[in-house]
Ligand binder design. Structure first.
Ligand code: SF4
Length: 284
């Protein structure tokens, strides 16, 4: 039997197929990203009855930048149309709605893993672990297709840990090739910035080719013109990091929400896995 492959289109949010789950299930804390507090399981006051955002075109101007950055990795449509078979939470019994809101963040985490696994399977340097990655992808897909009760009870943290072992191995293989090239040659050791506190760091023009920036906190870091080719950016916090003219060609495990939360411009080179945010080039 042919192996099931993940369609990349299924790993991007499709709001038209979703019951506005991110605008209901998730909590917000009033901050620079959200203009108001909202508890989990309560609809945002801007959510219309048709599950569309009433201020979609003005989110940034009205203090909801966090909404423009967010992506559910396709979990919204999966939960709405597959897990709950197209049955809306509006007008449904309370227990149905609550279950839906509980399951949504679980499926989002699983879909995020599917994004990483799909990407890893496209990296030639990771070929030695492709069989294991394929197995993990199929297993994770099966998990996303469980019923609401099974999903709500899933130990998603344990599953993430299992997958992470493979993603780490993938990272080592890809970066081993990158740090053997160009001016970064032989400097792999100094490029392990895993979990580093780099808030506001001055990294303008830095040679970070093949670096591990896994989980690094790069909030408001100046990465202007930095060389981030083939860098591992999984979980890196790039909010307000300046990527103007930075080169992220071949950077991996970089998600669209991370890119959306950073600053950049027409001169920023991005990997093919993400698209250039509209607000980077819009008139400021
Ligand atoms: S402001 Fe709009 S996009 Fe953001 S949570 Fe509310 S309804 Fe959703």
């Amino acid at each position: 039997m042919p192996e099931k492959t993940t369609d990349p289109a299924d790993l991007r949010g499709d709001c038209a197929q979703c019951f506005g789950l991110c605008c209901v299930a998730l909590p917000f804390a009033r901050s620079a990203d959200f203009a108001a507090d909202k508890p989990a399981g309560t609809p945002c006051s801007n959510l219309r009855d048709d599950h569309r955002c009433g201020i979609h075109a003005r989110l940034r101007q009205q203090g909801f930048t966090g909404c423009t950055v967010y992506d559910c990795f396709g979990a919204g449509q999966k939960v709405s149309q597959v897990t709950f078979g197209g049955r809306d939470w509006r007008g449904a019994p309370k227990e149905h709605a609550r279950r839906m809101f509980d399951v949504f963040p679980v499926v989002r985490q699983l879909h995020e893993l599917l994004c990483y696994l799909t990407e890893a399977l496209g990296l030639p340097a990771a070929a030695p672990v492709h069989p294991e990655l394929r197995g993990a992808l199929e297993h994770t897909e099966r998990l996303t297709r469980q019923g609401p009760e099974e999903l709500a009870a899933l130990d998603v943290a344990a599953h993430r840990q299992e997958v992470n072992v493979l993603l780490l191995r993938t990272s080592e293989l890809v970066r081993a090739g990158a740090t053997g090239k160009g001016k970064g040659k032989g400097k792999a050791k100094g490029k392990d910035r895993r979990g580093a506190d780099l808030i506001g760091a001055r990294l303008r023009g830095a040679d970070l080719r093949g670096a591990s920036l896994r989980g690094a906190c790069l909030i408001a870091a100046d990465l202007t013109g930095a060389d981030l080719r083939e860098a591992d950016l999984i979980g890196a916090d790039l909010r307000d990091a300046d990527l103007t003219d930075a080169d992220l060609t071949g950077a991996f495990f970089l998600t669209q929400p991370q890119v959306n939360s950073a600053r950049g411009g027409a001169g920023t080179r991005l990997p093919a896995s993400v698209t250039r945010p509209a607000h980077w080039t819009a008139a400021r």
